[in-house]
Design a protein around this ligand. Sequence first.
Ligand code: HEM
Length: 192
Amino acid sequence: MPAWFHLGGSSFYYEVLIGRRDARNASWNDANRNLPAPFFNFSQLISNFQAHGLDLKDLVLLSGGHSIGLARCTTFRARIYNDTNIDKCFAASVQQVCPVSGGDNNTQPLDSTPARFDNVYYKALWKSQGLLHSDQDLFKGDNSESDRLVRYYSYLPGHFARDFGASMIKMGNMKPLTGNDGEVRLNCRKNN
Ligand code: HEM
């Protein structure tokens, strides 16, 4: 089934598999056990993704999801005060939003165009302006495979759009529920 999303000019398209089953309930503990943390370094991110059958390319592409949305101060405070691989002007400006103490729920866009799905996220990593430690660890300036992927997608937005869709499908194929487990939702926002 075609899924379109239009966010501020660019139009991304990829085919999604229909009839996917959602769980009827969610688990706080399972989520915390499986989700990567924003302070993870590169090797922790890779291990986490590999444990779910996703590779380096998927990690770089799916992190591009951070082209959209915001993060709370608690998730990037350690980065903006302690990290060394951060643009000084960028750190100073984000520190205005996220003080050393207090303001835990203050938010900052994950890239400079948070309502537009584009490849600006990757361009920011080049400039050491990644908001999360986990974002910036994808680009270290050491010409690693990860660096090369970040450069590639920052040059080629069309390739980012195409490959992002493929990685989303791959992520959606992780342990899909089958048989009578879960349900196909009539309204994707809530249980039937
Ligand atoms: C690579 C490992 C990842 C880490 C460590 C990570 C971490 C985070 C954190 C800490 C936030 C802010 C949450 C908050 O402050 O409450 C966030 C937001 C977000 N993440 Fe990720 N994430 C990762 C992967 C992904 C993936 C794979 C996607 C989707 C393809 C994604 C899409 C988003 C979006 C859209 C937001 C913004 C949510 C909003 O504005 O409400 N992230 N992420």
